[in-house]
Ligand binder design. Structure first.
Ligand code: AMP
Length: 285
């Protein structure tokens, strides 16, 4: 594995690979790597000749400065895990390297409705920051494919829109959400949970599966209300949203139709840690 901190050196190495007609897969991350990230690297390795993973805690996508300050950094372990995963290239730029002319976004991306829903409503500016950094990284790496996790389902839809807006030739590939054995979605933020909160956090996955199993038996509002009270009774302090939505538009669904692809998305706080998760299912299931 080669570790680059400078854009110019990374680009030299990638130009050489491209000259040899090698396909490039790209996995952007914010580090504190876990098995979920490593599964995306493994997917990219299966589908491409060369895999690049970036680790960059992007300041422009944090609407809450405290969340940015508390974001876990585990550099030595990340390097070791990447190497063990057989990663070809690790890119770890500094903030100055990524934003030499300041962090201000010149023109907002016309993302439309999707950035006003769910995460967009609770984290103003978040998806503009995500697009800013992913667009910059895509211009640097110029990968054939970008591999992203369904764990951040709305983010995947936003990046799909970014690719449409920019016309970049990169293909978006989604990777399944990796979970702990008790169902909790793996997340870099899980390390901030106390042992007690970690135990209780399993309520999120329980509420998602409960909804997917009862979708044909109860109406949407009842399912959402029951899930919210279940989370609040089981250790969560606040629920930002729990929404049953169309899997493509992410618009809330009131009356699902047969075979409609749905996604239930949740964001909730436990122990001052904001966790998000989601589950895809179809109405007839
Ligand atoms: P992050 O470092 O949290 O920005 O995540 C980097 C990438 O890893 C994103 O595409 C995430 O969706 C993905 N990811 C995070 N958690 C998981 C997980 N549990 N399973 C699969 N992919 C994940």
């Amino acid at each position: 594995m080669i570790l680059f901190k400078q854009i110019s050196q990374l680009q030299q190495a990638l130009a050489a690979a491209r000259n040899e007609n090698k396909s490039i897969g790209f996995v952007p991350t914010m580090g504190a790597l876990h098995q979920g990230h490593l599964s995306l690297i493994a997917q990219s390795k299966r589908e491409n000749d060369i895999t690049v993973c970036s680790i960059f805690v992007n300041p422009t996508q944090f609407n809450d400065p405290k969340d940015f300050e508390k974001y876990p950094i585990t550099t030595a372990q990340d390097i070791q895990l990447s190497e063990q995963a057989g990663l070809d290239i690790l890119f770890m730029p500094t903030v100055d390297e990524m934003y030499p002319n300041g962090q201000q976004l010149a023109t907002p991306y016309p993302l439309g409705r999707i950035e006003t829903l769910l995460e967009g409503a609770f984290r103003p500016g978040h998806f503009q920051g995500v697009c800013q950094v992913v667009h910059h990284l895509l211009n640097i790496v110029q990968p054939d494919a970008i591999v992203m996790g369904q764990k951040d389902y709305q983010q995947c839809m936003v990046i799909s829109k970014l690719l449409e807006i920019t016309g970049l030739p990169t293909q978006l590939k989604l990777g399944a959400t990796l979970r702990e054995t008790d169902g909790l979605a793996m997340s870099s933020r899980n390390v901030r949970l106390s042992p007690e909160a970690r135990q209780k956090a399993t309520a999120i996955y329980k509420s998602l599966t409960e909804i997917s199993q009862h979708i044909t038996k109860k109406d949407i509002i009842t399912l959402e209300e029951e899930a919210t009270s279940f989370l609040l009774k089981n250790g969560f302090d606040k629920v930002d949203y729990i929404s049953i939505a169309d899997a493509v538009t992410l618009e809330p669904v009131t009356k699902p139709v047969k075979d409609q692809q749905l996604v239930v998305l949740v964001a909730a706080f436990i122990d001052n840690v904001r966790l998000i998760d989601n589950l895809l299912f179809s109405f007839s299931s």
